[in-house]
Design a protein. Structure first.
Length: 134
């Protein structure tokens, strides 16, 4: 009787360890788990016209912004981070002291990000943007 109980416990232990160590077959969510990559769309100034707007969210929080015109854009450099479900960034235009900040809603299941733009470190007050991950 003790021998059968011993083999039953060993058998259950083997089954437990074999199933707990298996790989997951669940694919990653669409769009990946990070906002890193190229995002292209437009921005609209408050009460103003719509302009070309692109974000290149690079590794280590590096940001390159292309703005105003797709052919000869104004370039800005800055930093970005993911805070909860919001991409937050601050950038300054090359050859200028003009600094802006953005906050955009990000989810791993959507390739579209909407958000607001503000002067300096404020993330609102200057306009809105909409970009699609390429």
């Amino acid at each position: 009787m003790k021998k059968n109980l011993f083999f039953a416990i060993v058998g259950l232990a083997i089954v437990f360890f074999a199933t707990s160590c298996s790989k997951s077959d669940t694919p990653p969510p669409p769009g990946g788990t990070t906002p890193q990559g190229n995002w292209v769309g437009d921005r609209t100034s408050l009460g103003g016209p719509t302009f070309y707007f692109a974000l290149n969210l690079q590794a280590n929080g590096v940001l390159v912004v292309s703005d105003n015109n797709a052919v000869t854009p104004d370039i800005a450099n800055g930093t970005w981070s993911l805070v909860a479900d919001s991409v937050r960034a601050t950038y300054t235009y090359t050859g200028s002291s003009a600094t802006y900040s953005i906050a955009g809603k990000y989810t791993t299941t959507s390739k579209i990000m909407y958000g607001t733009i503000g002067p300096g470190t404020s993330t609102s007050g200057a306009g809105v943007f909409s970009v699609t991950k390429q």
